[in-house]
Design a protein around this ligand. Structure first.
Ligand code: GDP
Ligand code: MG
Length: 177
């Protein structure tokens, strides 16, 4: 059997959403390339990036979609969500407004994506402890209310980034099998 890069058993489309500046592009960069970009202005928005992980001997290729800044204008189109089986909604733990926006983003996902979509909330920038505006418990409560998964993470120092994406990929896989 070939060992080509494109050798996989499942392809999962997962979308990132959330307010501008919360760290979506950097979470993607950390998960797929183990890199961090401190200057968001120089980030060129990619359509998506991929990383394959193995679960129960199956190769799962996660194709993770990033907004190209359209979230600023709340102009994410339904095409973005089409075919997605996972959605990661990101807020910044130092930014109350971004947390308050999460429910709207969840609503947008639920209106535009498949009804069985698996949703996870990430409270990003957990490294900025001295600037924290949203308690961990508030994130947990919101996730529980919305019946979705939750994790705090840091794209900057890498804390929980692999864990969060792996968890949503595992949950999608479990739902399929
Ligand atoms: P996006 O607009 O949601 O895609 O956010 P970006 O990934 O472009 O990040 C916005 C800004 O926050 C950039 O200056 C990043 O370097 C910074 N940033 C992203 N993630 C983190 C993090 O985990 N910790 C810290 N301290 N800064 C972060
Ligand atoms: Mg971005």
């Amino acid at each position: 059997m070939s060992k080509a890069e494109d050798d996989y058993d499942y392809l999962f489309k997962i979308v990132l959403s959330g307010d501008s500046g919360v760290g979506k592009s950097n979470l993607l960069l950390r998960f797929t390339k183990n890199q961090f970009n401190p200057d968001s202005k120089t980030t060129i928005g990619v359509e998506f990036a991929t990383r394959s992980i193995t679960i129960s001997g199956k190769i799962i290729k996660a194709q993770i979609w990033d907004t190209a800044g359209q979230e600023r204008y709340r102009a994410i189109t339904s095409a973005y969500y089409r075919g997605a089986i996972g959605a990661v909604l990101v807020y910044d733990i130092t930014n109350k407004q971004s947390f308050e926006a999460v429910e709207r983003w969840i609503q947008e996902v639920r209106e535009n994506a498949d009804k069985d979509i698996v949703i996870m909330i990430i409270g990003n920038k957990s490294d900025l402890k001295h600037l924290r505006a949203i308690r961990t418990e508030s994130g947990q409560d919101l996730a529980q209310m919305q019946k979705v998964a939750f994790m705090e993470a840091s794209a900057q120092d890498g804390t929980n980034v692999d864990q969060a994406f792996t968890q949503i990929i595992q949950q999608i896989y479990q739902n399929l099998t």
